[in-house]
Design a binder for this molecule. Structure first.
Ligand code: SF4
Length: 180
């Protein structure tokens, strides 16, 4: 299974759970993360998780110009609004494409772990790309079964960096409203 990962705390909990039933690899593709230093930090921390779990981690381009272009008209949207749908689409499209190219049977994303992410929308988009790239998608809502709280505890235990905003410049500017 190829698992889209967006940050170390989410990856540690979700990949750990999925490892019980799948042979998993991580895929770090997050051109939404701003600024670049924050992207580098989240990637570095995710690499630590891959090492702890003994999981292969693939990285892809930081094509932030494309991300800004496709989300431009939704920049005023609140978190969980339409901008997020487009942001999920961009990342899941690439994950499905990569999974198919690399010969994986199935893909999913850790993103539904966050209370600020819409699992129903992620699952709808995931299924759409699964169909397009002729691959399977695991529908999930990892925040269930107390997943979010457990991930906070685990990340403290491993001393991982935990961001206080979702990722994009807009969520960073409004981080006083939403805490990830
Ligand atoms: S708030 Fe998060 S999911 Fe929504 S557009 Fe920004 S980075 Fe993407």
């Amino acid at each position: 299974m190829l698992v889209h990962v967006c940050c170390a705390p989410d990856a540690l909990y979700v990949l750990g759970v999925l490892k019980d039933n799948y042979e998993v690899s991580g895929y770090f593709y997050n051109p939404n993360i701003h600024p670049h230093e924050e992207y580098d930090l989240r990637l570095k921390e995710t690499k630590k998780v891959a090492e702890v779990l003994n999981v292969k981690l693939f990285e892809d381009l930081y094509d932030d110009e494309r991300w800004f272009k496709i989300t431009q008209k939704f920049k005023e949207e609140p978190e969980k609004g339409q901008r997020c749908d487009v942001c999920y689409e961009m990342r899941l499209d690439k994950t499905a494409q990569k999974a198919s190219q690399l010969g994986f049977d199935i893909f999913t994303s850790v993103m539904s772990l966050s209370p600020w992410k819409k699992a129903d929308v992620l699952n709808r988009i995931g299924k759409m790309f699964a169909h397009r790239y002729k691959i399977n998608f695991l529908e999930a809502d990892f925040k269930k079964k107390d997943g979010f709280r457990k991930s906070i505890e685990l990340s403290k235990q491993y001393g991982l960096y935990r961001q206080d905003y979702c990722g994009c410049v807009y969520s960073k500017d409004n981080k006083h409203e939403n805490k990830k």
